[in-house]
Design a protein around this ligand. Structure first.
Ligand code: ATP
Length: 203
């Protein structure tokens, strides 16, 4: 007799926030609790390496071949300084990301919950496909100082990166739960525990 895993419909938890707000710190905690995390940044990295069709589409659209680190920097410069070009790139990349997310979700059909860590969850409309939207929120000052410390940026560079994104206060409006990451990591963990307890109570 074969033993089959019980299939459930896992609760989908979309985890998002701004650059350096603490998404990875939060998703590491979910993982430490045994909850699987689908990481859209990792998916994008993998697609760049493995999906020739996507890369060719980007090369055709932007008009140059993207093979070396220098090519990638050239593209980063274009999309970083021009929001329209950033949107063009996102329109190409995101359908491939969605496909991969769907594929990864099928690995976890026997689980009760899945976290989808997606920095652009709201911008690309994936917030509509999850059961809960969690926004990791910090003040801009904290975001800036953590970014400067982690990535060794100047204040101007950090400000530029923050301002290239949807303001965190705006993202808050889409949240079912705001995880305030202004204080300690331990406090962030407590807020996640409390969210998960709430899910159990809802059952
Ligand atoms: P990115 O969007 O760039 O991937 P992120 O949202 O995943 O960033 P993290 O990498 O989790 O953010 O956090 C940014 C930095 O802030 C990291 O160096 C992390 O260790 C630190 N950090 C996160 N939360 C806290 C906290 N509560 N107190 C102090 N440092 C923190």
């Amino acid at each position: 007799m074969s033993v089959q895993a019980v299939k459930t419909n896992p609760i989908l938890i979309g985890l998002t926030g701004g650059i350096g707000s603490g998404k990875t710190t939060a998703s590491n905690y979910f993982q430490s609790l045994g909850i699987p995390v689908i990481d859209s940044d990792l998916i994008v990295k993998r697609l760049w390496k493995e999906n020739r069709e996507m890369v060719q589409q980007i090369e055709k659209t932007f008009g140059f071949s993207i093979q070396t680190e220098l090519d990638r920097k050239k593209l980063a410069k274009i999309i970083f300084s021009d929001p329209k070009q950033r949107e063009v790139l996102n329109q190409i990349v995101h359908p491939y990301v969605f496909q991969e997310v769907e594929k990864e979700k099928t690995f976890y059909t026997d689980r009760q919950k899945i976290v989808i860590d997606m920095p652009l969850l709201i911008e690309v409309g994936y917030n509509k496909k999850v059961d809960y939207v969690l926004v990791v929120h910090v003040s801009e000052d904290t975001q800036k100082s953590r970014l400067i410390q982690r990535d060794h940026l100047t204040e101007i560079e950090a400000t530029k990166r923050i301002q290239a994104q949807m303001p965190l206060d705006e993202k808050k409006a889409y949240a079912d739960v705001v995880l305030n990451n202004e204080t300690t990591i331990c406090d962030l963990h407590h807020q996640i525990d409390s969210f998960l307890r709430g899910l159990k109570d809802e059952k």
